[in-house]
Design a protein around this ligand. Sequence first.
Ligand code: ZN
Length: 402
Amino acid sequence: MTTRRLYYDDSYQREFQAEVLSCEPELHGTTPAWGVVLDCTALYPTSGGQPHDLGKLNDAVVLDVRDDGEDVVHVVDRELPLGSVSGCLDWARRFDHMQQHTGQHLLSAMFQERYGRPTVSFHLGSDLCTIDLRGPEPTEEILEGAERAANQVISEDRPIAVRYGTPEEFAGLGVRKEVQRSGILRAIEIEGADLQPCGGTHVKSTAQIGIVQVRRCTKMRQDWRVEFVCGRRATRVARHDFQLLRRAADALGCAPEDVPTAVQRAIAERDAHFKALKSVLQRLAETDAAAALNVAKPQANGLRVIARAFDEESQLEYLNYFAAQLAKAEKTIALLGRSACGHLIFAQHATAGQDMSALLKQVLAQFAGKGGGTRDFARGKLSDAAQAEKAVALAERLVGGG
Ligand SMILES: [Zn+2]
């Protein structure tokens, strides 16, 4: 027994009467559910890039609809007795799918006809739809051109019809897509624009697509993935885009149209400040290092060890400069830590003759963290930043004992 698919001939049918032919327990994910086969259905199963419908069969809620060859299986949340049943579908969801899917046919036709870019696959996601185009990268002009052409056809409100015929008949009518199946095929015709074999649900005239909005284009293996949205989705996405833009404008204290310039300026300012800060920190580190070396007393082994843990106020850049500056002095070792981030820097002048990398390893054996380096310069990061002071103290003890 084959399920008769009512949506093939009327994709606007929202309610229907059917016979329950079978109802078998199954799992929907991990939840117990029932798989129901009817003699006919208006509910669309996931197939051809279009997601399934939702709806109800009597009081049973439809969780999924799948294409099982000849049959359509409705996965519902409760058992249904054999016999007659009333079905209805979630129309808002279905109409959205019809807008996206028909928009896809139209957009693909425009890419193919005007720019010779065939569509090799289509996906209708919960937020965005995509088509994968074969060929060289579509330029901005091509993306805009295909969008404009599709919207022109939409504004002309051309009729969309379902046609049946053999692959040979369709080939004679200029169907581009190669079809493997034989026998009678179903195809969707957008008057004067496209004829495409398809089992999906479509709107009855181009005006009902509403609008096509092309978005990003990214490389996807050998093809180009073009994101787009149609109809109410396009409005929703445009509204959301504007909200994001306005939020950015508010944060920058400018008008939405000035956001790109304001961002550029903010980045340039940030870079300039960073450069200035680096040079100030470098000079500060030089002065501080000179002062530290002045007061540091050599140990019995002749080494000067300067061990310091810095608090949140310090800058990591400063620690790097400070360590490098101290390590320029002979027989000197710098053991630095920063409690804000848990960074450790162990550096020495080569004449100090220790191994900073080995020292860091010893410290990290006691305090969890990662790091490494060379004999003269090692850097690490503790998992628990608060341990920085203790880690520096341990390093100082280890060096003193060496
Ligand atoms: Zn289709």
